[in-house]
Design a binder for this molecule. Structure first.
Ligand code: ATP
Length: 316
């Protein structure tokens, strides 16, 4: 089976427990939960039984241990997650507004995440990797952009493939040199996974079909557009497939895109038809929103199969 490697932030997440609650109110918080978009992605891929590894960095503290224990239990190769005695693990506080939006306070570049680097352990991990996944959220410093570039180069040199979920935060997009870095990553991308309107950050066209055509003409093999509760669509030069989502009760949206992406990439690497990979990825995304906590929503193959046995497809 093909080995997937990703690189980027590992954090703990502390979540508001009530909609509308502000950061100014002590008390009502839940967590710490293991988190970080690439960490959620790799946890989900590992739970599906895919060989997986991650290049990252945590502090020698309980938040780092919480993440390492979880990723190890999921089956992730943690040999390239460095533990630094003189740094603390990253944190993210999240609150929810009534309109469904979220606001975060991050401590990422200043934390152990700021130390992410290609060391001997990362080189060894990449030497056995067949696929590299890039999370836009991870491009928070020139240093991590370099790590991502090295990861892409190593995997491509072995004849492997690259997926890219832009997941770009506004403050990252505005950083100097970021546009060029994103374009360089896109040039190397085989499978692109934007969510909804994010696609227009990477194409000039004003509608989705035009934007997809533009991206495919740049050499990307496939574009998968995530559409929240509505499901997702797959586009390649050969075919386009729309797949409606499943009806579930949303408890916590964080991590849905990461779980969806991991399930899609895993099944795409296994050679499944796009429609089937989309169906399984929609199930992983739907299950992710039914559980509180960013990584808590990642599912095993058996959990996805049990869900699909009675799942209702969204109509409209
Ligand atoms: P996030 O950044 O919150 O992790 P995203 O914006 O990258 O997510 P979404 O499109 O919100 O990605 O969700 C990814 C996938 O998860 C969707 O394509 C869909 O399959 C599933 N999903 C998300 N929300 C729901 C929901 N409320 N009901 C059912 N499925 C959902």
């Amino acid at each position: 089976m093909k080995k997937i490697v990703t690189a980027g932030e590992i954090v703990v997440e502390i979540m508001a427990t009530e909609i509308g609650q502000t950061f100014l109110e002590p008390g009502r918080w839940a967590g710490p939960y293991p988190s970080g978009a690439p960490a959620i992605f790799i946890s989900q891929a590992a739970r599906l039984g895919q060989p997986c590894g991650m290049i990252s960095s945590v502090g020698a503290d309980d938040f780092g241990k919480l993440n390492l224990d979880r990723l190890r239990a999921d089956g992730v190769d943690v040999s390239a997650i460095a533990v630094h005695a003189d740094a603390v693990t990253g944190t993210a506080f999240v609150r929810y507004a009534a309109d469904g939006s979220r606001a975060f306070i991050f401590n990422i570049p200043q934390s152990a995440c700021g130390r992410i680097a290609i060391d001997a352990a990362a080189e060894a991990l990449l030497a056995g990797a067949d696929h590299f996944h890039v999370m836009g959220s991870s491009l928070f410093s020139d240093r991590v952009v370099e790590v991502v570039r090295a990861g892409i180069a190593a995997v491509k040199a072995r004849g492997g493939t690259v997926s890219f979920d832009p997941n770009v935060r506004k403050e990252i997009l505005g950083a100097s040199g970021m546009r060029a870095a994103l374009d360089a990553i896109l040039e190397q991308t085989d499978l692109f996974l934007p969510s909804g309107p994010e696609i227009f950050l990477f194409a000039q066209a004003e509608d989705e079909a035009g934007a997809v055509a533009e991206l495919l003409s740049r050499g990307i093999s496939a574009v998968v557009v995530k559409k929240g509760a509505a499901g997702a669509a797959f586009h390649s030069r050969r075919e386009s497939v729309e797949m409606p989502g499943f009806v579930v009760e949303e408890v916590d949206p964080t991590g849905a895109g990461d779980c969806f992406g991991a399930a899609f990439v895993t099944h795409w690497l296994r050679g499944l038809a796009p429609a089937e990979a989309l169906r399984l990825a929609n199930a992983a995304g739907a299950l992710a929103v039914t559980r509180k906590g960013p990584m808590e929503g990642a599912s095993s193959t058996a959990q996805i199969a049990a869900f699909l046995a009675s799942a209702e497809i969204r109509k409209e």
